[in-house]
Write a protein that binds this ligand. Structure first.
Ligand SMILES: [Fe+2]
Ligand SMILES: [Fe+2]
Length: 297
């Protein structure tokens, strides 16, 4: 075990303690505040263990800036996301702690403490952060529903119209018209569904679904509406969809503890299948209409 490792462990624990206690002090919900304070207390205990070897520590400028940035991010992305994101990184740390717990250079008592710290990092903290009650976590399903449904709908409509018309603007307008009315029906459906599910607030659930639906529609149709050539608009729209999907999948898999890459590929495959189906269908309709026009003339 290197001295630099000990210093790194001590600093990491102190960093987490500082961040979590700052989060706790700005939290208004009493239950969440208690959970965050408990997390901070655990990290402080871990820090106390390491600081016996390093002496008391203070955060450097870089780490203090990181704390402020993460606090600001937690206001937008939620505290649960930030805590889980940081704890995910700690899996390697807890493995190292477990190895150290077998190191004969530590006293028996220290090794038992190290074992307990490793356990804290693995389970306790995950459990604590999962209990934090937050809008973003409660509405994760509604966000996913609004976004993925809009993507599938838009991909289908845009690809379908691409086979039918060669004008990017008309394709965009068609997408917007279908998207806006579909978002209304989706909002209503989400409201009715939430009314029948225990523990859900129909108003905020429906609004979240609708807003995510509408923003996705706006984002994916905008490349067509701003007058870009067809191929550029299509490429940009698909890239935007892939990027938004990646960001959202990362967000939800961090909170729910899933595997990012697997979930992302799954989502992309489903949407790609719909794009292909929509394009083929649009082409078939175009052929059929061309045929009828020809036979009528
Ligand atoms: Fe810790
Ligand atoms: Fe931790």
């Amino acid at each position: 075990m290197e001295n630099s490792d000990v210093l790194k462990y001590a600093l990491d624990e102190f960093f987490d303690y500082t961040l979590y206690s700052r989060m706790a002090s700005s939290e208004r919900n009493p239950k969440n505040r208690k959970l965050l304070s408990e997390l901070a207390r655990q990290e402080y205990e871990h820090y106390l263990f390491w600081s016996r070897f390093t002496g008391p520590l203070k955060l450097g400028l870089r780490d203090s800036i990181r704390v402020e940035l993460l606090l600001a991010a937690s206001r937008v992305l939620g505290r649960v996301f930030i805590v889980k994101y940081l704890e995910r990184r700690e899996e390697a740390v807890s493995e190292a702690y477990r190895r150290l717990a077998g190191d004969p250079r530590f006293s028996e008592k220290d090794r038992a403490t190290l074992d307990k710290i490793a356990k804290d990092e693995e389970t306790h903290e995950k459990e604590l952060s999962s209990q934090v009650d937050e809008f973003a976590v409660r509405h994760l399903g509604s966000m996913a529903l609004g976004m993925s449904d809009a993507m599938i709908e838009m991909a289908g409509v845009l690809a379908g119209f691409l086979g039918y018309t060669e004008s990017p603007f008309h394709t965009g307008v068609a997408g917007l018209i279908v998207g806006v009315s579909a978002s209304m029906s989706m909002t209503a459906a989400s409201f009715l569904q939430a009314k029948h599910e225990a523990g859900k607030t129909p108003g905020s659930t429906a609004l979240t679904t609708g807003l995510f639906y509408l923003s996705t529609v706006g984002l994916l149709t905008s490349p067509f509406l701003i007058g870009l050539p067809m191929l550029t608009a299509l490429t940009l729209s698909v890239s935007l969809a892939l990027a938004v999907l990646a960001a959202f999948t990362f967000y939800s898999s961090t909170i729910l503890g899933g595997k990012f890459l697997r979930e992302y590929l799954e989502n992309v495959l489903v949407i790609a299948a719909v794009v292909v189906a929509g394009f083929v269908f649009g082409n078939i309709v175009k052929e059929l209409i061309d045929l009828t026009l020809i036979s009528h003339t």
